[in-house]
Design a binder for this molecule. Structure first.
Ligand code: ATP
Ligand code: MG
Length: 326
């Protein structure tokens, strides 16, 4: 049995990319492992958030975790800011990480590009993420492939800490899915699908209505060739839709190419829309039952209690090793 940690930001509504790349793996992993799943609200505030919307997004994400199949009896689900050890260890790890390392992070480059005011927290985001993971002594971190670089940094920082102060943290390993590790934007298929995208037509939200979803897929950018063939380089739009279809149905790319060989993009897109809808609909139904329920609050309260216990233990250990405390 391994320990698993992963987090998702309440920086918008969960997208199909988040679900296929991350959340769906969580559901499988909880069956065999010791899992911690987090709503990383402290990460979300690294870019401007409207307080009222953020509050709603936190609750909505919690409901989506449970609606997607996270079972609070099997996994610990909690809100990051309800476990103060995260920001405390995050600060301590800022003293371990180097400016040069953080400057190399492509997420920082992408998210700061074109912004007039960039928060210092956006820059130190990866050290907080390292704290999230290391507090639970996680062995495995299931994420989409955009997080590979941050995970490398987490490992480096943990190794450096262990070397300097003695064995403290487990060195975590990344786990990315074979299919769906990077779902691309529907409008700009060389960019990853992101819930914080300003253009809502670029992503499918897990809470979009069937009509919205269908419209977004129908207007997804493709090419003028008219052939359903997987070719990431030359046909990024079509390849992305094929990946989405494959992830939702479990069908192979070869079968798909055969089945759609004499069909146009219109038919293909309809099939993709159906597959997505079938995946999302049951999650939305459960979401609607949960969103205003006391059950959801109880899950989060219990989750925070459990997480606090474990996190505090590691935090104390790290503080002692560093020479903090009396
Ligand atoms: P933001 O735009 O605010 O960064 P996001 O959509 O990138 O939002 P995160 O909360 O940063 O979502 O990431 C949550 C998880 O979803 C991470 O494991 C991340 O790797 C994964 N993920 C994010 N985008 C995609 C994507 N397009 N395809 C597959 N996985 C993704
Ligand atoms: Mg992201």
């Amino acid at each position: 049995v391994k320990t698993i940690f992963s987090g998702i930001q309440p920086s918008g509504t969960l997208t199909l990319g988040n679900y296929l790349g991350a959340m769906r793996q969580f559901v499988q992993l909880q069956e065999e492992h010791h899992c911690y799943f987090c709503i990383v609200d402290q990460h979300a505030i690294t870019v401007p958030q409207d307080p009222k919307t953020l509050k709603q997004n936190i609750r909505s994400l919690a409901a989506l975790y449970v609606a997607s199949g996270i079972d609070p009896e099997k996994a610990t689900l909690f809100i990051q800011s309800e476990v103060p050890a995260h920001t405390e260890l995050g600060w301590m790890l800022q003293s371990i990480a180097y400016m040069g390392e953080l400057e190399r992070m492509t997420q920082f480059k992408d998210k700061s590009e074109g912004r007039k005011a960039v928060s210092s927290a956006l820059f130190t985001y990866p050290t907080l993420m390292a704290a999230d993971i290391l507090l639970y002594q996680a062995n495995i971190v299931p994420v989409g492939d955009d997080q590979t670089q941050h995970l490398e940094l987490t490992r480096d920082v943990a190794e450096r800490f262990n070397k300097r102060f003695g064995e403290t943290f487990v060195i975590p390993e990344i786990r990315i899915p074979d299919v769906g590790a990077r779902i691309m934007s529907l409008q700009d298929p060389v960019k990853k699908m992101s819930k914080s995208d300003e253009n809502a037509r670029g992503y499918i939200s897990m809470l979009d209505t069937p009509k919205q979803m269908e419209k977004k897929i129908k207007s997804a950018v493709t090419d003028s060739e008219g052939i359903v063939k997987f070719d990431k380089e030359n046909k990024p739009g079509v390849s992305n839709l094929m990946t989405i279809y494959a992830s939702c149905t479990g069908e192979s790319i070869e079968t798909m190419e055969k089945n759609f060989s004499n069909k146009g993009y219109g038919d293909f897109k309809s099939a993709v829309a159906d597959a997505v809808l079938e995946t999302i609909e049951p999650i939305q139904n459960r979401y609607n039952e949960l969103i205003d329920s006391k059950e959801l609050d109880d899950i989060l309260t219990k989750g925070a209690e459990k997480a606090n216990k474990v996190a505090l233990k590691t935090l104390q250990k790290a503080k002692k090793k560093m020479g903090l405390l009396r």
